[in-house]
Design a protein around this ligand. Structure first.
Ligand SMILES: [Zn+2]
Length: 244
C-alpha cells in the first residue's frame, strides 16, 4: 500500500504552479527527479497523531475549517528513512536537513517540504554568491516542525501557534561553511551578529523581487544564549517581514 502511494509525486503535495519556474530554467539547484523518488504517505495514514511509531500530533484546523487553503491539512507526507535521509535534493541540501529535530531513534520519519522553499533557498545562496562570496554550506536550524514538536519542548524561539514550519514551507537558516553548527561571518565585518542574518534576509528580498511567485516571510533573529543569529525564510505566498 505504501509502495503504491509512492508513485504519487512528492511535488503534488503542494500546489503545482509556475512557482518552480526558476528550477525549470535551471537557475536554482533543485533536483526534482530526486524528490520524485521519495515515497509519499497520505495524511489519512496518521492515526491518533502518529504514523507507525512516529509522533506528529494534530494540525491546527484538522477538525475545523481552515481560514485559508494555506492552513488546510497537508495532503500527505514524504517518508524519510535511514537510507534516504542523505539524498541530495539540491546543490546545498539533503532531504534529512528539513526533518523535525526530535525522536532521534524512530524511523521512518515523516516530512512536509515544499519544493519552492528549497528553490528559494538555493536562489538566495546564488544571490549571495553573486556578491563574490562562495557558499559551501547552509545549516537548517529548523525546517519542518510537526505540530507535536512545535507546540512544546525544545527551543521555543520563533514559534507561533500557526507557524508555517508545520506546513513545510518555512525554514530557519544560517550560513555555516565550516559546518560547526554555528553561523559564520557572512557579511565579512569581522563579527557574527544580527547583521549577518540581515545580509541573508536582504538577499532573500532581492530574490523575491525577481521571482514574485516565491514571495513569503523573511524574519531576522538575533543571537541568544541558546543559538546564534539566524534568518527565517518561507514561501507562504504573502509578503511578511519581521525582526525579533
Ligand atoms: Zn522560522
Amino acid at each position: 500500500m505504501r509502495r503504491e502511494a509512492g508513485v504519487v509525486c512528492a511535488l503534488l503535495l503542494f500546489t503545482p504552479s509556475t512557482a518552480l519556474a526558476a528550477s525549470a530554467r535551471g537557475e536554482s539547484g533543485l533536483l526534482l527527479p530526486e524528490l520524485r523518488r521519495v515515497n509519499v504517505v497520505p495524511f489519512e495514514a496518521k492515526k491518533n497523531g502518529r504514523i507507525g511509531g512516529y509522533r506528529l500530533g494534530q494540525w491546527p484546523y484538522e477538525r475545523g475549517r481552515a481560514p485559508s487553503a494555506a492552513y488546510a491539512n497537508p495532503g500527505g507526507f514524504m517518508e524519510v528513512t535511514r537510507e534516504n535521509r542523505d539524498l541530495p535534493i539540491s546543490k546545498h541540501f539533503v532531504l534529512g536537513d528539513f526533518l523535525t529535530r526530535d525522536q532521534a531513534a524512530v524511523w521512518p520519519k515523516y516530512l512536509l517540504l515544499d519544493p519552492r522553499l528549497v528553490d528559494k533557498l538555493e536562489l538566495v545562496i546564488a544571490e549571495l554568491e553573486r556578491g563574490g562570496r562562495p557558499i559551501r554550506h547552509v545549516t537548517v536550524m529548523s525546517g519542518f516542525r510537526t505540530p507535536s514538536y512545535n507546540g512544546s519542548g525544545g527551543n521555543t524561539s520563533g514559534r507561533a501557534a500557526l507557524s508555517r514550519h508545520m506546513y513545510g514551507d518555512a525554514t530557519d537558516v544560517f550560513v555555516d561553511d565550516d559546518r560547526d553548527g554555528r553561523p559564520d561571518d557572512l557579511n565579512g565585518d569581522g563579527r557574527v551578529d544580527i547583521r549577518d542574518a540581515e545580509c541573508f534576509a536582504a538577499a532573500a528580498e532581492r530574490v523575491e523581487a525577481r521571482y514574485p511567485d516565491l514571495v513569503g516571510g523573511v524574519g531576522v533573529y538575533p543571537a541568544t544564549a541558546g543559538h546564534g543569529p539566524f534568518t527565517h525564510v518561507d514561501v507562504r505566498g504573502l509578503r511578511a517581514r519581521w525582526r525579533e
